[in-house]
Design a binder for this molecule. Structure first.
Ligand code: PXL
Length: 282
């Protein structure tokens, strides 16, 4: 049997609400890839729509955890970053990524910080500059349109996107990572939603669209990026991994809409894990 792959997932744990590590860990594990967790913070819930949540910042723990792993000689096939607990963590995570990359890890950054044109409430105005520098260290980045616009200083235009606008954002985004920039939340018609990817080396752009469910659920960006990471590290080329991730996410959203779940509780991705494992293994 081939050597088992190992990913280091660097996100918070929102204990309730299906996002960040509570999504990344099961999704990466489902495809047979080992998922090591570097938690950036522990929250009772995510910050999207809940009030009164608890936050335990783990900024001071990140370097000691990574240093302990180094004494064990651990290496990673990929490092996958998402929600960070503070601005200060960007520099710390940057040093950890640099070390993992030197030892062979593919670096996948989802610059989680904003949606619908707005920064998440926990982050200062200079956060996009910090996330931009992290993306410049990555092989693959997966911002949504809001995050891309904030990092690039481009005007955010919601709804009715044109191909010209999306491709302008993508060409600017392609200046950040080493290999691939993926823009999520792309939509040219009301009935379809998906992602656009640009290959940094060739400038080639590809779209992956699925049917749009007319409802927004929390954590779908994390579900998509985790499924992409899982399928890609399991051996799928990035274009195939994007298609697998889009299908997995759209199915989870459709299932959740049918169940009438509270938007804040995240999506039922669990029922799709078997299909994800099969798609990644085909
Ligand atoms: O899904 C992104 C995310 C992750 N973690 C926390 C969040 C959010 C988005 O709001 O609040 C704590």
């Amino acid at each position: 049997m081939a050597r088992q792959k190992r990913v280091c997932a660097i996100h918070d744990i929102s204990c309730f609400g299906r996002c960040s590590l509570t999504v990344a860990l099961p999704i990466i594990s489902a495809v047979g890839v080992e998922c090591t967790c570097l938690p950036t913070a522990v929250l009772s819930t995510h910050t999207g729509g809940f009030t009164g949540y608890t936050v335990r910042d783990l900024t001071d723990d990140l370097s000691p955890i990574a240093a302990h792993w180094n004494t064990l000689g651990l290496t990673f096939d990929a490092a996958y970053t998402g929600y960070l607990g503070s601005f200060e963590q960007i520099g710390i995570v940057s040093a950890i990524l640099q070390d993992m990359h030197t030892k062979g890890a593919l670096v996948i950054c989802d610059p989680v910080m904003a949606d619908n044109g707005k920064l998440y409430p926990a982050f200062p105005d200079n956060f996009p500059d910090g996330m931009r520098s992290l993306c410049e260290q990555a092989d693959v980045i997966l911002p949504n349109l809001t995050e891309a616009c904030l990092m690039l200083g481009i005007e955010y235009k919601p709804g009715g996107q044109t191909k010209e606008y999306v491709e302008r954002v993508l060409r600017e985004l392609a200046k950040l990572p080493r290999k691939t920039a993926v823009l999520t939340g792309v939509s040219f018609e009301d009935s379809k939603l998906g992602a656009a990817a640009i290959d940094v080396a060739t400038g080639e752009i590809n779209y992956t669209m699925t049917e749009r469910v007319p409802h927004m659920y929390h954590g779908t960006g994390d579900v998509f990026a985790s499924a992409f990471t899982a399928a890609h590290v399991a051996g799928k080329a990035s274009g195939d991994a994007l298609a697998i991730a889009a299908r997995f996410t759209a199915d989870a959203v459709a299932r959740t809409l049918a169940a009438g779940t509270d938007d804040r509780f995240g999506v039922n991705f669990e029922a799709g894990l078997l299909s994800l494992a099969q798609a990644a293994a085909e």
